[in-house]
Design a protein around this ligand. Structure first.
Ligand code: C5P
Length: 232
């Protein structure tokens, strides 16, 4: 397979998170722990338990603070053996995160512009560029900072790939099989198509964790990843 599937454990109960991991069994070996699980379901401890059980863990904590704080926080995450960690893609923050992760296998991912923000939101926040311009700038800065990859909308993956080159990871949420409920995601894309656009890792939460049979839902997404299907 060209890419890896990461299941977002977007739940507020540790028991439910463990139940999902058990239901997915060997079908899934990579989990994302974001705000909801980290703060609401003892997610730091859960992540360490998953790592001890041989799973890969992506802590989606979107860090942003002064350099010293970012560097020390990232170093603490790196010590757990986690696979991925997000920081906001501000140049100073990315450079501090690279220092914090030095000597470990932790892949630092930059969040360029949140996919919930459109041009009006970016302007309201005080940026002089439009969303696409800001994503492009942040992609260049991520490459120059030496981080491991970027989180990107699948619709921006091709453009980001041309800027960052072939080696960095591109992690895309907003993935849905044809006909699946999009939820609050405004612009979705199929798994195979996202990989064809340059993504290396796909994050999927609700279509798997809310499915009646999560393992079957994960297998359907893996099959589409392997087939390289493009949506019409
Ligand atoms: O349920 P769904 O598959 O839409 O979940 C996508 C996951 O990716 C969620 O954990 C969400 O927080 C995360 N994410 C996102 N858009 C971003 C960054 C992260 O949907 N730009």
């Amino acid at each position: 397979m060209a890419g890896q599937l990461i299941v977002g454990l977007d739940v507020s109960s540790r028991a439910r998170a463990e139940e999902i991991v058990a239901l997915l069994g060997d079908t899934v070996d990579f989990y994302k722990i974001g705000y909801q699980c980290f703060y609401g379901a003892d997610g730091f401890s859960l992540g360490k338990a998953l790592l001890a059980a041989g799973k890969k863990v992506f802590f989606d904590l979107k860090l942003l603070d002064i350099d010293n704080t970012v560097e020390k926080g990232v170093a603490a995450i790196a010590e757990t053996g986690a696979t991925m960690l997000t920081v906001h893609a501000y140049p100073q923050c990315m450079r501090a995160a690279v220092r914090g992760a030095a000597g470990s296998d932790l892949c630092i991912l930059g969040v360029s512009v949140l996919t919930s923000m459109d041009d009006a939101d970016v302007a309201e926040a005080g940026f002089a560029r439009d969303t696409a311009g800001l994503v492009a700038l942040r992609a260049q800065q991520a490459r120059d900072a030496g981080i491991g990859g970027l989180v990107s909308s699948p619709h921006e993956a091709e453009m980001v790939r041309t800027i960052i080159g072939p080696r960095m990871a591109i992690v895309t949420p907003g993935i849905r099989l044809p006909g699946a409920a999009a939820g609050d995601q405004k612009r979705v894309m199929g798994p195979g198509e996202a990989l064809a656009e340059g993504a290396t890792h796909l994050v999927v939460a609700r279509p798997i964790i809310e499915a009646a049979d999560p393992a079957a839902a994960a297998r359907a997404i893996l099959a589409d990843m392997n087939s390289g299907t493009r949506l019409a």
